[in-house]
Design a protein around this ligand. Structure first.
Ligand code: PEP
Ligand code: MG
Length: 755
């Protein structure tokens, strides 16, 4: 079998010389293909570049007809070259013309060549082009040759990324790397942000791809891997699993990969072809990323993600940089782009310069998403490979309302989004003007509009929005963004600050709602088959009362001499509420014994979010001082749809008779018993839904700060009596309607209610 002439190392050395020559981009490419062809004893070497219209254009060739350069193009998926680009996998064929994808381009004169080896030109998992060698005779290229060609492709990837080839581009045939891209993810925080990419963990720029001394590179790699293993072992042994937000499980996976012989062999092979240690890591990582983007099995994707993360760490070790993110000096209009980010890291950035956040990982309930919402930063999550597409400084638009990210947008798109952002700002300004208006409907029904909060950064919103109070303070957020369990003094300090900030307005604190999707990284919890139905919230509080008692103590101390409302999440039976109330009584007695001033008024309430409580609704009304409906969970459990699963989360409309009847029963039971009922789930913050809630009897709603304006604008123009006349009979109607939404929308349109 023929081997590469002089081997891959000689080729790389020669390539380095060519890269340094002061010649034009085309001349450099022409030299490179000649070099590769001769080194690999191939009659043909061709280089195709992916354009933004997704066609591959022949940029240089040795062996094929030179007139075809910049003339021959192929769609992605068309022909062998198109197939390689699409699959991001090498293709090694002794008899190319018999391959079903072979497509003949007469202008190239390639019909005489039988064997074919093509590799994708990859960077951060993105295909930038395709590199091909061909021979007349039938031959299967050796594994070493495939490896060598892939290594060479890296050099070409850098050339494309450097922008050098832009000079060869004809108008309208832009190179793919720099093209505008629209990426879809999940909406995390509403709003539109325009700005420039700031990578949270800047990509390691590898200055030197080609090694002077391969042996030394091998030693550098071994040392870095050894270091990496020790650091992972240390993290695991220290048991400090909250460090950097890492979970033990992830660290265990890292440990497994760091010792994986297959991964280590691929790294060594890449060094064997003449790359520096860091370039070898990037080579293997890029292949892995390409695989990851095409993998549909969620478990395998997750593992490929872990491996990618590990490669990142190794790269940082090799170039001697720390992994820590948040830079202090942000440019104006910064849009943060990250693979993943913890809430504390986001809080480290200068809020006044941040216009948006884009994450590869992280859904709507992730802690960083909660913080982004609290800060009012438009954010999109689960955006595949955005750190691969985005370069620092690229123009970028984040639309947190629909979950879209536009990278390097065309000027007309940018203008349209600027207009959208301006409109939003104008609308916000109009909402601010409503701040002082009493929230009363046209027919004189007063409605209390409250805020959902959970962090210090939420507090200024109370004043800004003119909210009546805080209807839901999610105390678990402090726990979720902390690196270790907050102490009683830390909890006390937060609760005191909250009470001081809101003045006379009422605040309802909810006791810890952890478990389910709300995981505390520093608290070990057993794996559960169905965490949403598992050991969570008040269940933990009652079974292991230490944590709940400590929290109640902090809350009661903070409220000395003031009014306070405390409610319990996920209560399923009256008995659970009574037991929780007994724990409060015990803490009150304890504080009294120690001479603490008691709250002036303490009200204890229940969140109605587990359907079983609907069947004990009068009994719970007789026991509790107030109710607060958690419509997010109530909907999830009533319809049996996982609120986090996009495949089913939107399956049933909230404005359908089953849910509306359930919600109405709760409101009516509260009214019968003479106790206040609030609704604090997401439904409260959407004008159409809020309108419907008013119609079925709710007079107190609690919502995110951005929703107060739109909901208030709605109710100020609403004649509630007329809406009730129209809607209430429909809710009880036996015609089996799927949703009543269209009736509410029609009413709003007919009566000029802004929704
Ligand atoms: C709810 O379930 O509606 C609710 C307000 O609580 P959370 O969203 O925090 O579960
Ligand atoms: Mg809930």
């Amino acid at each position: 079998m023929r081997g590469a002439l002089g081997g891959p190392r000689l080729l790389l050395r020669r390539l380095r010389e060519v890269m340094a020559e002061p010649v034009s981009a085309q001349a450099r490419l022409d030299k490179i293909v000649v070099l590769i062809a001769s080194n690999m004893v191939a009659e043909v070497c061709s280089f195709y570049v992916l354009r933004s219209d997704q066609t591959l254009e022949l940029f240089a060739t040795e062996g094929l007809n030179r007139d075809a350069v910049h003339m021959t193009t192929m769609r992605a998926g068309e022909g062998l070259v198109g197939l390689i680009a699409q699959q991001a996998q090498p293709l090694n064929l002794p008899n190319a013309q018999s391959h079903p994808s072979f497509s003949y381009k007469p202008e190239t004169g390639e019909e005489i060549y039988q064997s074919f080896l093509g590799v994708p030109v990859l960077r951060a998992g993105n295909t930038l082009g395709v590199l091909v060698v061909q021979n007349r005779a039938h031959r299967l290229y050796s594994e070493e040759e495939v490896e060598a060609l892939q290594t060479t492709a890296m050099v070409l990837a850098e050339m494309v990324a450097s922008g050098e080839l832009q000079t060869l581009v004809r108008p309208g045939a832009d190179i793919a790397l720099r093209r505008p891209v629209t990426l879809n993810g999940q909406p995390l925080a509403d709003g539109v942000g325009l700005g420039y990419v700031v990578l949270h963990e800047p990509r390691v720029i590898i200055g030197n791809l080609i090694a002077d001394d391969p042996q030394r590179e091998g030693e550098r790699l071994d040392r870095a891997i050894q270091d990496l293993r020790t650091s992972i072992d240390d993290l695991i042994d220290r048991g400090d699993v909250a460090h950097g937000g890492e979970h033990r499980e992830v660290l265990e996976t890292f440990r497994m990969f760091a010792n994986d012989p297959g991964w280590l062999r691929r790294l060594r092979e890449a060094i064997g072809t003449g790359l520096t240690a860091e370039a070898a890591v990037e080579r293997v990582q890029s292949d892995n990323r390409a695989k990851m983007m095409r993998q549909t099995d969620p478990y395998l994707r997750e593992r490929l993600h872990d491996l990618d993360e590990l490669a990142n760490r190794l790269l940082h070790r090799l170039v001697g940089r720390d992994m820590v993110g948040a830079q202090t000096a942000l440019p104006d209009n910064a849009i943060l782009v990250a693979r993943a980010m913890g809430p504390a890291a986001l809080l480290d950035y200068d809020r006044s310069r941040l216009r948006g956040l884009v994450l590869e990982e992280g859904g709507p309930t992730s802690h960083v998403a909660i913080v982004a919402r609290a800060l009012g930063i438009p954010a999109v999550g689960n955006v595949e490979n955005v750190t691969g597409f985005a370069e620092s400084g690229d123009a970028i638009i984040v639309d947190g309302g629909v979950g879209q990210v536009l990278l390097r947008p065309q000027p007309d798109v940018e203008a349209a989004f600027s207009e959208k952002a301006r409109l939003r700002a104008r609308r916000q300004e109009q909402y601010r003007k409503l701040r002082e208006r009493p929230s009363v409907t046209l027919d004189g029904v007063a409605v209390s509009l409250n805020l959902n909060a959970g962090l210090l950064v939420d507090l200024p919103h109370v004043e800004e929005t003119g909210a009546a109070g805080i209807g839901l303070f999610r105390t678990e957020l402090q726990f979720m963004i902390a690196e270790r369990l907050p102490s009683i003094p830390e909890q006390l300090s937060l609760y005191q600050t909250v009470l001081e900030n809101v003045g006379d307005r009422p605040v309802t604190f909810r006791t810890l709602d952890i478990g389910g999707d709300k995981v505390l990284p520093y608290m070990r919890q057993a794996e559960e088959e169905n965490p949403a139905l598992g050991w969570r919230a008040i269940r933990i509080g009652l079974d292991r009362p230490g944590l709940l008692r400590a929290q109640l103590r902090a809350l009661l101390k903070a409220a000395g001499g003031r009014d306070i409302k405390i409610m319990f999440p996920m209560v399923a039976t009256v008995d659970e509420f009574k037991r929780a109330r007994a724990i409060v009584a015990r803490e009150q007695a304890h504080l009294a014994r120690h001479g603490y001033e008691p709250p002036r008024d303490l009200k204890l309430g229940v969140m109605v979010e587990v359907p079983s409580l609907l069947f004990e609704i009068d009994e719970i009304c007789a026991e509790a001082d107030f109710l607060s409906v958690g419509s997010n969970d109530l909907t999830q459990f009533l319809f049996a749809v996982d609120r986090e699963n996009p495949m089913v989360a939107e399956r049933f409309d909230a404005l359908s008779p089953p849910l509306l009847r359930a919600l109405r029963q709760i409101a009516e039971a509260g009214a019968r018993a003479g106790i206040p009922v609030t609704l604090c789930g997401e439904l409260a913050g959407k004008p159409i839904e809020a309108m419907t809630l008013l119609a079925i009897g709710y007079r107190s709603l609690s919502m995110s700060p951005a929703s107060i304006g739109p909901v208030k604008a709605m109710l100020l123009s609403l004649h509630l009596g007329r809406l009730q006349e129209r809607l209430l009979p429909l809710i009880e109607s036996r015609d089996g309607s799927n949703t009543l939404r269209h009736h509410v929308v029609a009413f709003a349109e007919e009566h000029g209610v802004p929704v």
